[in-house]
Design a protein around this ligand. Structure first.
Ligand SMILES: *[C@@H]1O[C@H](CO)[C@@H](O)[C@H](O)[C@H]1NC(C)=O
Ligand SMILES: *[C@@H]1O[C@H](CO)[C@@H](O)[C@H](O)[C@H]1NC(C)=O
Length: 329
């Protein structure tokens, strides 16, 4: 990495590139969705949310400034007041009752209550050079990946980068499937959300929260696929990893004949409705500075906080319903 810094310092070559990887504790688990169901209390289904505590049922773009309205963040880096959320996983017992599946902290982040691991990258995860240019998101930027109404493989092909990993142990990262695993997973089920990485360069949002961004025209972000001419600006790839601790629900009787006992909070037992939402909320130019930092995982230009402080950042429960044993009130 040293030569990289030197060349940049000489001004010969200054690629915007880095990879950030950090933990975020759960901020709240509630039926709220300020992107798709703004103002609705409750929204259509339960979500697990991380990030800044300005999170609210309604967060109008243009007037709700996540940075100035937040007093804390559940993420490791104190500059990140963004919000990220996904659906919540439930176990359906044979007798028809439901139990919310707990979330598991990843290795090295033990003690983190709920939440996810977040990545921002310039190139594929395992490319330690991270050479490619990326442009950080702008204030007010938001997007949605996936479709909560999808229930079959044909539909889910559109989002081939939303996947599940049946974990043997904490280190398992392959194979990935686009539907729920159909066998018991000894290390839990990891849900992966890779957001689109090409931006139209103009719109911070779009009516379906998707049309202003796109996946690469060919190949993938990982393979260096080019952005389409309609969406020429290359963004960092955001990857969210959520590990659902299914270990208490691995009775083989639940997995007979291709069945599996898990259901997303939107009622989907196929897994094809995998989806996630993002509201950008990094302070000032901190994300661009971090992406320009030529670092891999470490981020000396950002200010980390302890897991205890991440766990302490919460928002009030404004929906007030049983979130542990019913996936839809
Ligand atoms: C949202 O804002 C209202 C009004 O300021 C506040 O009462 C509420 O606690 C906030 N939080 C959530 C999660 O809705
Ligand atoms: C249903 O099954 C679950 C899991 O086996 C059990 O914990 C629960 O007590 C049962 N509930 C009823 C009402 O039978």
């Amino acid at each position: 990495m040293q030569w990289h810094r030197l060349i940049a310092a000489l001004g010969l070559f200054a690629p915007a590139s880095a990879l950030l990887r950090f933990g975020c504790a759960g901020l709240t688990v509630q039926r709220l969705d300020p992107l798709v169901n703004p103002g609705m209390k409750p929204s259509t289904h339960l979500h697990q949310i991380i990030g800044g505590d300005s999170f609210n049922a309604s967060m109008p773009q243009g007037t709700h400034d996540l940075v100035s309205r937040s007093t804390c963040t559940s993420c490791q880096f104190t500059e990140d007041f963004s919000n990220y959320w996904t659906a919540v996983l439930f176990y359906r017992a044979k007798n028809g009752t439901f139990k919310r599946v707990p979330q598991m902290a990843q290795a090295g982040m033990e003690g983190t209550q709920g939440g996810m691991v977040v990545y921002y990258m310039s190139d594929a995860l395992f490319d330690t050079a991270q050479r490619s240019d990326v442009t950080a998101f702008k204030p007010g930027f938001r997007m949605l990946v996936g479709d909560s109404t999808f229930r079959n493989r044909e539909q889910a092909r559109k989002w081939r980068q939303l996947t599940y990993i049946c974990m043997e142990n904490q280190g398992t990262r392959a194979p990935e499937s686009i539907g729920f695993p159909t066998r018991p997973c000894p290390g839990g089920i990891m849900a992966n959300h890779r957001f689109p990485t090409c931006w139209d360069g103009r719109n911070l949002d779009s009516p379906n929260h998707q049309d202003h961004v796109a996946y690469p025209e060919s190949g993938t972000f990982e393979s260096g696929g080019p952005c389409p001419s309609t969406h020429p600006v290359r963004l960092p790839q955001i990857l969210l990893e959520t590990v659902w601790d299914t270990r208490a629900f691995n009775d083989p009787a639940g997995f007979v004949g291709g069945q599996q006992p898990f259901v997303w909070s939107n009622g989907d037992s196929t897994g094809y409705s995998n989806h996630a939402d993002y509201l950008f909320g990094w302070e000032g130019d901190s994300l661009q500075r971090a992406m320009d930092g030529h670092t891999y995982v470490s981020a000396p230009m950002l200010t980390p906080q302890s897991i205890a402080l991440q766990n302490r950042c919460k928002v009030p429960d404004v929906v007030n319903e049983d979130i542990d044993s019913s996936y839809q009130a």
